[in-house]
Design a protein around this ligand. Structure first.
Ligand SMILES: Nc1ncnc2c1ncn2[C@@H]1O[C@H](COP(=O)(O)OP(=O)(O)OP(=O)(O)O)[C@@H](O)[C@H]1O
Ligand SMILES: [Mg+2]
Length: 280
């Protein structure tokens, strides 16, 4: 479990003898648990603190106040940091910032060597990771020849090879076109069927996370609320105040209901399509 307890975080904390000088924390008094196997979405407008919290979860940053612990290891304990960083992996927006190898194989094996994966097992592990994410490229393929969607799959393969128990995807699809984005999300869920890990998914696209177990809404460095997607999609006012737009099919379903057409509140995209086809 990840346990975030009354955590406040400043990028530049005021020193004890210093005036606060109007500095605002990036995160303020956050308390949250993330349980193993969960699929949680962190949602909120730009600057609301989603990426900052994810950096605290794998110990890239440490809380100014409060604690973050991963499976009982407090991130501020230097001796535990290695296992925290190993357990919690992050894929960022721009895959190129994470790619270190010239070829696909080098890129994946780099991280494995770094964590001391047994040398004789690395080749098998690289092949396993490539297959797991459905990357249609052999190990010798130069990374620079991959498409954006393939590069993002490679970034996913490289972190999954390390066997994380918690995977954070921080706007990992935002550089992709809508088709590649859908493919990437589909791949991710396929992968989760074969290899289970806790998923923390950060996005501005609610339609990517309608199947999450829980949404956590951020506003100005605070967690406003958390709940199931169905619960929170009912509260359009709250979503709007957090800068979030309902998926178009939910908005359309709401409009149909206002017109007295009986449409389920939990309508999904496929059901709406079927309904429209029938009525046509
Ligand atoms: N490296 C940094 N140094 C100083 N302040 C930062 C840094 N990164 C973020 N901040 C500030 O911390 C606050 C939270 O930012 P954060 O990047 O966590 O938000 P976010 O929810 O991830 O936003 P986005 O949706 O744009 O990615 C903002 O006020 C931001 O300006
Ligand atoms: Mg961010």
């Amino acid at each position: 479990m990840i346990d975030i307890r009354d955590t406040t975080f400043y990028y530049n904390a005021p020193q004890e003898d210093e005036e606060d000088a109007g500095r605002r924390p990036a995160l303020s008094h956050i308390s949250l648990n993330i349980v193993p196997g969960e699929f949680v979405a962190f949602l909120g407008r730009n600057g609301s603190g989603k990426s900052s919290l994810s950096r605290l979860l794998n110990g890239i940053e440490l809380p100014t106040e409060g604690t973050v612990s991963v499976e009982g290891h407090v991130t501020s304990d230097k001796a535990a940091l290695r296992s925290v960083r190993r357990a919690v992996q992050i894929v960022f927006q721009n895959p190129e910032n994470q790619q270190v190898g010239i070829t696909v194989g080098e890129d994946i094996s780099f991280g494995l060597s770094n964590i001391g994966w047994p040398q004789h097992d690395i080749a098998d592990r690289v092949a396993w990771a490539i297959k797991l994410v459905g990357l249609d490229a052999d190990e010798d393929r130069p990374v620079m020849n991959l498409s954006g969607g393939e590069k993002q799959k490679l970034a996913l393969a490289a972190v999954l090879a390390l066997a994380p128990r918690y995977l954070i995807l921080d706007e990992a699809t935002s550089m992709l076109d809508p088709v590649a984005r859908r493919q990437f999300v589909a791949t991710l869920h396929e992968v989760r069927k074969q290899y289970s890990f806790t998923l923390i998914y950060i996005t501005h696209h609610l339609e990517e996370v309608t199947n999450a177990d829980r949404w956590v809404l951020f506003q100005s460095g605070k967690v406003v609320t958390s709940g199931t997607p169905d619960e929170l999609m009912e509260n359009t006012g709250l979503l709007q105040s957090c800068g979030l737009e309902l998926p178009y099919y939910r908005t359309l379903a709401g409009l149909l209901r206002e017109q007295g057409i009986p449409v389920s509140a939990a309508l999904n995209e496929r059901e709406l399509r079927e309904l429209l086809c029938k009525s046509g």
